[in-house]
Each structure stands twice: as C-alpha cells, then as structure tokens.
Ligand binder design. Structure first.
Ligand code: SAM
Ligand code: SF4
Length: 321
C-alpha cells in the first residue's frame, strides 16, 4: 500500500498519454504551446503499461487516462486492454473532450473502459467556439450520445466562467440529469498557461445560482473523490470541485504520470521525478522506488487560495487535470 507523509493512502493514478490537444480551451491552452514534447520522448504504451503494473502491484486501484486529449493517441483501446487484462478489477476511467468519441466509444468499452468524464462547458455552439477555439459542440454532443449508447458510465465536468458560460449552469445540469449523468462543476484554477482575463466562479457563487432554482442538501465529501456533493430533492446529486477550499487536499489520494514519464505528486506544484529511465532499462525495482519517493514527497496542500498564493506554472494539458 502507498501511504504519504500525511497518512493519506495513495491508490489513484492519473495517466496523461499525450499533452497534445485538438481544442484550445481558454482555461487550459488558449495558444498552442511553443513546443510540444517530441514524439520520441513519449513513453510507448508498452512502457507505460510496465509502470501501470508496478503501480497496481504497489496498491493503485483506480487509473484514469487523460491528456491533452487522450483520444488523439492511436491505439488507445489496445493500451486500455493491456491494463484491463492485467487487473480486471481496476477502476479504469478516462477524461476526454468527447470530440472523437463517436467513432471510438464502442472499441474503448470493448477494451475494458468502464467510465468516462466529458468536459461540457456549454450547450451553445458559439460559446463552445469561443471557449475551445473551434466549432466543436455537435461532435461533442454526438460523442456523448454514443458513449451512453454503448453503455459507458458518463460524468460531466463543467468549468463555469463569468461572462462566458455562467448563465448555463442550470442548463448543463439539466442536460446531464436528463441523460442520467452526474455533473461536477470545477472551480477555475488559475495557472500561467490560461488566458489572462478569465474570471472563474467560486463554489459560493455557484450555490447561490443553483439555490434559486433547486432545494438541495449538503452531503460533504464522500472520501473517494475531490468533489463536495449535494443532493437535490428528487435524489439527483451534483458535485463542486473546490481547490481553493480548506478541505480539498485532506483526502487527496492521487498522483499523476505524464506522457514523458514524469511522476507528479500534486497538480499545483512543478516538482516531479522521472520513471522513464528505470522503465526503459527494465528496472522495475527502480521504478517502484521512484513511485514510493514521489508518494512520500506529496505535499500536504496546494497553494490555490493560500495567503502565499502564486500562479501555478504547472500546465493542465501536461498533467491531465
Ligand atoms: N482533454 C480532456 C478534457 O478536456 O476533458 C482531458 C484533459 S483536461 C486537462 C482535464 C480536465 O481539466 C477537464 O475537465 C478540464 O475542464 C479541466 N481543466 C483544464 N484546465 C483547467 C483550469 N485551469 N481550471 C479548472 N479545470 C481545468
Ligand atoms: Fe484540450 Fe482538455 Fe485542455 Fe481543453 S481542457 S485544451 S480539451 S486538454
């Protein structure tokens, strides 16, 4: 079992399989980064899988594939199948912008993927164009329908921003609810790569808007996810991810692996250690030692909202959020 210096059990690994993306979301990578990691620096799926086995053997129980946009990487279903065949009981999920999901959902499901989170910030084509830098909404919504049709469990992520999609919070919740998908609103996390003039919304502002339309109870945290949950009168649950709040890091159970093999203990900070060398020379013990060291060095708390807050320079498209 992997336990950090604050007695938190770390059993969740997020794997970014590429930093590249077909969107240019304002809060993530509004411009194409100055340079991409060259393809030869990426770990192959076989190499990533070698590390997945180490992590699973050390106690990881949940793996989420993310990016950049994970569906841009070819043969993703083969990678998913490798993990599934090794440990069928692993909670295997993916986060995607859904643009390419219509043509891939069935293969991913057949390979062993159980759940996906899709980013839906708006239901208006012109707002989707403004947020993603491209006319994406039709493909995204068709991708979601196909994922539901093939039987994947789907959750929706929305990042509400003032003057952009703040007036659609109820609409996106209703869209999700009508399709049996739960929704999590993510507070915009300031970072150096995002567009400078974004004005995110805090949990209290979201609750004020939702409170005008619905009655709901506060369920707190469930221990398994970073979301603060609320239940509406009809039983529908929604979540808010509050990285600026005091409780956000208390139950953090995750570490992140980039496509290049950097193992990152916290989404906010730049610190990382590489497993690439060990994996490439087949040194499984070495990779396990790096994993344990990264878990040991996991910081107690991020600095969003702290008195000494600085803008994080850690890119979401590298870590996978
Ligand atoms: N491309 C996929 C997608 O967009 O779902 C996966 C990668 S993306 C980096 C993962 C998640 O991070 C998305 O739900 C996205 O909304 C979220 N995200 C990216 N930048 C963010 C920011 N600055 N603040 C809050 N959430 C952010
Ligand atoms: Fe791409 Fe996801 Fe970042 Fe948007 S949030 S630019 S879809 S990686």
């Amino acid at each position: 079992m992997l336990i950090d210096s604050y007695d938190r059990v770390v059993d969740y690994l997020r794997v970014s399989v590429t930093e590249r993306c077909n969107f240019r979301c304002q809060y993530c990578m509004p411009e194409k980064p100055f340079s991409w990691v060259p393809k030869e620096n990426l770990l192959t799926f076989e190499e990533l899988f070698e590390f997945m086995k180490v992590a699973i053997d050390e106690g990881v129980k949940k793996i989420r594939i993310t990016g950049g946009e994970p569906l841009l990487r070819e043969d993703l279903d083969a990678f998913i199948k490798m993990i599934y065949d090794y440990a069928p009981s692993i909670d295997l999920a993916m986060t995607t912008n859904a643009f390419l999901l219509k043509g891939t959902a069935q293969r991913l499901k057949d390979a062993g993927l159980k759940r996906i989170n899709v980013s839906i910030d708006t239901l208006k084509p012109e707002v989707a164009l403004a947020i993603a830098g491209k006319d994406v909404l039709k493909n995204v919504l068709e991708g979601v329908d196909e994922a539901l049709r093939v039987g994947l469990k789907v959750k929706v992520n929305m990042v509400p921003m003032k003057g952009m999609n703040a007036d659609e919070i109820v609409d996106v919740l209703e869209y999700s609810k009508a399709r049996g998908m739960s929704i999590r609103f993510i507070e915009y996390m300031e970072n150096a790569h995002a567009k400078a003039d974004i004005s995110g919304m805090k949990s209290s502002e979201l609750l004020e808007i939702l409170g005008k339309k619905y009655n709901f109870s506060d369920d707190g945290f469930d221990g398994a996810s970073p979301s603060h949950y609320y239940t509406m009168e009809d039983g529908y649950k929604f979540g808010i991810i509050e990285p600026y709040g005091d409780d956000f890091c208390k139950q953090c159970n995750r570490i992140r692996l980039t496509a290049e093999g950097h193992l990152i203990p916290c989404l906010y900070f730049d610190e990382a250690m590489s497993i690439a060398e060990s994996i490439k020379r087949g040194d499984i013990k070495g990779a396990a030692l790096v994993l344990k060291e990264v878990v040991k060095n996991k910081p107690e708390k991020n600095r969003w909202g702290g008195d000494d807050a600085e803008i994080s320079s850690r890119a979401f498209y590298e870590t996978g959020g």
